[in-house]
Design a protein around this ligand. Structure first.
Ligand code: TRH
Length: 380
């Protein structure tokens, strides 16, 4: 076997956890399912550690689940480029590394892995080539997506079996809830992972005054000020539980990525944000509400509408209206309370829709496998 790596993945953590969350999942899947030698360069190991507690932020190099993890810092060290190079989510390769790529007799396959979007321009831009302005290198745009002609979304081969095994195992479920200190109770469990969102006030009011008991599980982070505000508190922290009427809100510590998946599988409804938790909630298949990553120029709205158009495509008009109303209110940050009852009343429709949606995504193929096929063709 020749020395070196098959794939180099580069991840710059701009904000939040999505960048490292997505890149790590991809790296792990390439190593474990495609038997590739993968090196992952990450500039922020502390953020990575939040998702994988075994990561040591002080190490320059470490192994994690078959992936070599390198701390990406400046100045960039001399490193032999891999056969495939992925710059993930709009990061830029170090100049010295680009030059080293150009010096290889066989040039690496170079990919820009873009953000996931449902917008209709995505299939037209997927796989386009962009020649380097100076060096003898070509970069390809690889666009994840939900429809044929895109790169698909991430899905590990074990994901559905692991989900179904847990759902079929009451003892394992009870052990999971115990580990999270969630008491046994007859209630709807709703996970809430969001950005700051003033619509939390109205939504919590609806749940507190509603006809059934609701436990809202909020991983610690950006919505906590809104959560505290609802209960008239200056702050809340992980481990705390607050009750009003029929609503109990429990603040969870940040979970490992694998435990977060389990939470999504076991909750009755999932509020998610960004891209990675959105896709994981799709695979969980429970009713879901998405808060898109807000962009200055309002560029998140076309993304929300495009995804709603796809999801609503084969829904009855009443179901489609209820979905649009809640997602719009949640992203508008107002009016989610009044939109909730109609959405919740129609949950059998979401369960059925997400079944069909998962089959559609399977038809597109998973992102890692699509990437590997693409690279194999390009390196022929
Ligand atoms: O953290 P995010 O808001 O990331 C965002 C988006 O990706 C957005 O598109 C991007 O432009 C911006 O960052 C810079 O949301 P996302 O994508 O859902 O990523 C969250 C990750 O955190 C995901 O991998 C799941 C993981 N996670 C855990 O591992 N444990 C937890 O307890 C929770 C709540 C999440």
């Amino acid at each position: 076997m020749r020395p070196g790596y098959d794939w180099d993945l580069f991840c710059a953590v701009v904000d939040n956890y999505g960048d490292i969350g997505i890149t790590w999942r991809l790296a792990r899947q390439l190593a474990s399912e495609h038997r590739l030698r993968v090196r992952l360069w990450v500039d922020d190991l502390a953020a990575f550690r939040c998702l994988r507690p075994e990561i040591d932020p002080d190490l320059d190099e470490q192994a994690c689940q078959g992936v070599t993890v390198r701390h990406w810092r400046a100045p960039f060290p001399a490193a032999e480029p891999a056969d495939v190079v992925v710059e993930a989510l709009a990061c830029h390769l170090p100049e010295s590394y680009e030059s080293a790529m150009a010096e290889r007799p066989v040039k690496p396959v170079w990919l820009n892995l873009e953000y996931l979007s449902a917008e209709d321009w995505v299939p037209g831009c997927h796989a386009l080539a962009s020649p380097h302005p100076r060096l003898p290198l070509t970069k390809y745009f690889f666009l994840p997506g939900y429809v044929p002609g895109t790169g698909g979304v991430l899905k590990e081969s074990w994901l559905v079996a692991a989900r179904d095994d847990l759902r079929a195992d009451p003892a394992a479920q009870a052990a999971f809830w115990r580990r999270l200190a969630v008491p046994e109770a007859e209630e709807s469990r709703i996970s809430l992972f969001s950005y700051e969102n003033t619509a939390i006030q109205g939504l919590f009011e609806t749940w507190a005054d509603g006809p059934e008991r609701v436990r809202c599980l909020v991983p610690e982070g950006r919505p906590l000020a809104d959560v505290a505000g609802f209960f008239g508190r200056p702050a809340v922290a992980a481990g705390e539980q607050l009750v009003r009427g029929n609503l109990a809100v429990q603040v969870l510590p940040m979970l490992s990525q694998d435990d977060y998946d389990r939470l999504l599988w076991l909750c009755d409804c999932n509020f998610v944000r960004g891209e990675d938790s959105l896709v994981r909630a799709m695979w969980a298949g429970k009713p879901l509400v998405w808060q898109a990553y807000r962009q200055e120029d309002q560029a998140h709205w076309p993304k929300i509408h495009a995804l709603l158009d796809l999801l609503c495509g084969d829904l009855d008009p009443g179901d489609a209206d209820a979905l649009r109303a809640l997602w719009s209110a949640w992203n508008d940050m107002a009016g989610a309370g009044p939109a909730w009852p109609e959405f919740w009343h129609r949950r059998p429709a979401w369960l059925a829709r997400l079944d069909r949606w998962q089959a559609q995504l399977d038809g597109v193929g998973d992102l890692a496998t699509n990437l590997v096929k693409f690279c194999n063709e390009k390196s022929k």
